[in-house]
Design a binder for this molecule. Structure first.
Ligand SMILES: O=C(O)CCC(=O)C(=O)O
Ligand SMILES: [Fe+2]
Length: 264
């Protein structure tokens, strides 16, 4: 890692940035909350977001201990890049900086473990409830994900409405850490002022669907949720309400897991 990357790492994650050896110091079992044995793990609770086909929320995906282990591994182990997708830049309010870390290809072991935990959580729920959370071709593809992006948002920072880039396959997972937020989903086909906007109203395409993401939660987007709905997090003052109360904003970190489309 060169000096520039180290400086970026410090800026993003403070002074705790470390070496691969430090990363390995956290054991696999610790990162999984001390229960590597799948048969001993509790079935996580999943909710379908009924308005949006393909959108599933698991609020208890990671225990508080797993969350802090994951944050430590993330802070220690990533090579960072500041990147500037146009939709990301628009999301950054004022002079504040959206901090990002990105990793492609061979994910670090803790990220591979996270991907395995996502698959386990889906399989356990499908086995227990007979529900279909992900199409089998996504659930059983190898690897499930090969790209990771970590976003660190300061209070007031969010991400504007977007559909994830088409260079990523279907089936996207977002893990939330540190603090809660409300993510809003809006149907891509609905544009205010359009001639047939009234028809949209009948089809339920109007209005944003709020989804509350507490720390330790996991959301899965596939099908309609991935392609036909935009998602956004507006953390400007006055936009983060849940059950009638404005959320007290703190730093929030998210980890988004995706799979790149094959290049022809
Ligand atoms: O930070 C989040 O929860 C969402 C991130 C996101 O939508 C993205 O990186 O495409
Ligand atoms: Fe996204």
């Amino acid at each position: 890692m060169d000096e520039w990357q180290k400086a970026v790492m410090r800026e993003a994650f403070g002074d705790s940035s470390g070496s691969e050896e430090e990363e390995e110091a956290i054991t696999e079992d610790e990162a999984r909350g001390g229960s590597g044995d799948r048969s001993k793990r509790l079935v996580p609770i999943w909710e379908a977001v009924v308005e949006i086909r393909g959108l599933w929320l698991c609020t208890d995906f990671l225990s508080p201990q797993q969350q802090s282990r994951l944050l430590s591994a993330l802070r220690r182990g990533l090579v960072l890049f500041h990147i500037s997708h146009s939709f990301d830049l628009k999301a950054v309010t004022d002079k504040s900086q959206l901090q990002k870390a990105m990793r492609f290809g061979n994910l670090p072991w803790w990220a591979t473990e996270l991907c395995n935990s996502v698959r386990d959580a889906v399989v356990l729920a499908e086995e227990a409830a007979g529900a279909r959370l992900l199409p089998p071709d996504i659930l059983w593809r190898q690897p499930l994900f090969d790209q990771l992006i970590a976003n660190v948002y300061q209070p007031g920072e969010g991400i504007c409405a977007h559909v994830d880039l088409m260079r990523f396959e279907d089936g996207i997972a977002i893990v939330s850490l540190e603090s809660s937020c409300v993510m809003h989903f809006s149907n891509v086909e609905h544009e205010e002022g359009r001639e047939d906007a009234e028809e949209d109203e009948e089809r339920g395409k109007v209005g944003k669907v709020p989804v509350y993401l507490p720390p330790g939660s996991l959301v899965l987007l596939s099908g309609d949720a991935r392609y036909s709905w935009k998602h956004e997090i507006n953390r400007r003052p006055g936009f983060q309400f849940w059950e009638g109360k404005e959320l007290n904003q703190k730093q929030r970190t998210s980890i988004t897991l995706r799979k790149l489309c094959p290049v022809d």
